[in-house]
Design a binder for this molecule. Structure first.
Ligand SMILES: [Zn+2]
Length: 139
C-alpha cells in the first residue's frame, strides 16, 4: 500500500528526504562509472559478456528504483518503457570479444557485429574455456 503524503498522491512513494535520495542517486552513478571503468580495463575478456548482462539489467532496475523514489509511480511508468527498450538493445547489440575483450557495437545499433573490430575474432565463439578444450578433445 502506497501512502500519500502532503505533496499529493503520485508525487513520491515515501516521506523520504528527496535531497538525500538525489545525492545517493548521484553518488551511486559516480561509483558505478568508476567501477565500470576499472572493470573494463582489468577484467579478463571471458568475464565481460557475462558481467555486461547482469550489469545492464541491474543498472536498468537501479535507475527505475531511483526514478520511482524521486518521481513516484507516474515517473516510473514514464521511464520504464525507454529503460526496458535500452536494456534490451544493450543486451542484444553489444558483444564483447572473447579473445581481446574489446566492446563491439554497430555504429547504427544494427546489424549486431559478428567479428571483433579490434582483432577480428568470431564474436559468437564460446567464451567458456572449458567448452573449447572439450571441443578440441573430441576432434
Ligand atoms: Zn577482439
Amino acid at each position: 500500500m502506497i501512502a500519500c503524503h502532503v505533496g499529493g498522491c503520485g508525487v513520491t512513494p515515501f516521506d523520504w528526504n528527496q535531497d538525500v535520495i538525489g545525492q545517493v542517486f548521484f553518488a551511486t552513478w559516480i561509483v558505478l562509472v568508476i567501477a565500470g571503468v576499472i572493470f573494463h580495463f582489468t577484467a579478463p575478456p571471458a568475464w565481460k559478456q557475462k558481467v555486461w548482462t547482469y550489469a545492464t539489467v541491474g543498472v536498468g532496475l537501479l535507475f527505475l528504483a531511483f526514478v520511482y523514489l524521486l518521481g513516484g509511480l507516474l515517473a516510473f511508468y514514464f521511464a520504464a518503457i525507454p529503460v526496458v527498450l535500452i536494456t534490451c538493445l544493450n543486451l542484444t547489440t553489444v558483444k564483447f570479444c572473447p579473445q581481446c575483450g574489446a566492446l563491439n557495437r554497430s555504429p547504427f545499433i544494427f546489424p549486431v557485429p559478428k567479428f571483433c573490430n579490434k582483432c577480428g575474432s568470431d564474436l559468437d565463439a564460446s567464451t567458456e574455456p572449458d567448452d573449447d578444450s572439450r571441443d578440441l578433445r573430441n576432434r
